[in-house]
Design a protein around this ligand. Sequence first.
Ligand SMILES: C=C(O[C@@H]1C=C(C(=O)O)C=C[C@H]1O)C(=O)O
Length: 414
Amino acid sequence: MDVLPLPAGERLPGGRSDPDFAFASRGRVLKAYGVDERLDVALDDRSFADGRWEEALDRAFRRRKAQGVENPILVGAVPFDGRQHARLSIPQHYDHEDAGLMAADPDAASLNAAALNAIEETVGRSAFEAAVARAIGLFRDTPLKKVVLSRPLDVEAREAFASGRLLRALLRQNPGAYVFSAPVAYGQTLVGASPELLIRKTGRTVVSNPLAGSAPRSTSAEAERLRTAALLASAKDRTEHRYVVDAVRAALAGHCSRLSVPDAPSVIHTPTMLHLSTELTGELADPTVSSLRLAHALHPTPAVCGTPTGLARDAIARLEGYARNWYSGMVGWMDSRGNGEWALSIRCGLVQGRRLRLYAGAGVVADSTPAAEWEETAAKLTTMLNLFGVGAAQPSNAASNAPSNADVPVGMAS
Ligand SMILES: C=C(O[C@@H]1C=C(C(=O)O)C=C[C@H]1O)C(=O)O
C-alpha cells in the first residue's frame, strides 16, 4: 500500500497545530494527525464483494496494534460516485477535544466578507431552474420519482483560506452539526457542517438519521412555528422524505435483527434550515459488520440522489452540468472494531488555496416548482456563506460588496 504524505496541518502560533482531519459529533471533535497508511480505493460494490479491501484494512489495523496503538482508526472522505477513489487513511495520532472549547478560540470569529474577492454562480438560476423543469418532465415520462439536483457556488478570497480557521468558525456557528475538515487531494480540503448522519455504529447498535423536506429558518418565533407546522403538513415534503426513509429502512433491514422506525417524521433545525427528520435505530444481526460497509450499503440515499437510485443517478449526470466529486458523499471515521460515524458531506465546500467551491442541492419531486427549489438551495448555501457574514440571496461580484460588509462578524447574516 502506498504511503503518501498529506499536506502538513497549519502551524499556529504557540506551537499548536491544526489537525489534518477533524470530525465533530455530539460535542466532541475527533482530531487526526499525519498519515500512517493510505487506503484509498473506489468503494464500489466490487471492493466490498470480494472482501479484499476490508482484509487490507484489517491487516493495517493489526499492524498498528502491534505498534502499540490500542484502537487504531480510519478517517476520511468518500465521494458521491463510488467509482471515484475515496480518500481514507490511518492517522499517526488522534485525540478528542471538546467542540465548545475549539469553537471558543478567538480565531473562530475572525472571518468576514472583506476577506472575499468574488462570489460566482457557476450554475446560474436559469440553468438550475431549467434542470429542475426537465426533471419534472422525467417524472411524467419515466419511472423516476425523485431526484436531488444541486449546484456549485464559487467563492474567491483575497488570500488563501486556512481550513483550520474555517473549521473553528463552523464549529462556533453550528454547535449541533457534524462539522468536518477532511483533506481530499493535495492542497484540497473539504470543510462543512453537515446536519445528516448516514450511519453510526456502536457495538451492535446502529443509528441513521435521514433528512429530506426543508424550509428556511425564520427570524420570528411565530413565523417559525407556522413554518414548522407547514413543513409537517406538506404532502410534497412528506413524499420527498418518505422515499429516503423507505430506502434507509430497506438497506438496514437486511443487516438488522430489530429495526425501529418512527411512524412519522419530526422537524429538526439547524441555524439556517428546518428539515423533516426520522431517526432509525437497529440491532445488527452480525455485530462484526463494519460501519463503512453499512454506509456503503446505504449510499447514495434518496436524500442526495433520488428514487429509483439508478435512474436518479443518470438524471443527475445529465442535468446538473458540473461534477459533484466529494459533495454528497460521506465523511467520517471508523475504529478497528468497525464502530464509527459517517455523515453526508453536505452544507460543505472544497477549499483550494484562495478558492472555495460551495454546494447545495434540493430534492425534486412531481410537485416541485423550479423557483422554490432554487430558493431552497440558496437557503442551504447560507450555512457556509454565514462564515463570511454574507447571505446567499445576493450572489454577485463580491468585490463591490465586500467593503460595505467589512465589519459584519461571523455568524450574522447581512
Ligand atoms: C442535498 C442537500 O441536502 C439534503 C436534501 C434535503 C431536501 O431536499 O430537503 C434535506 C436535507 C439533505 O438530506 C444539501 O444540503 O445539499
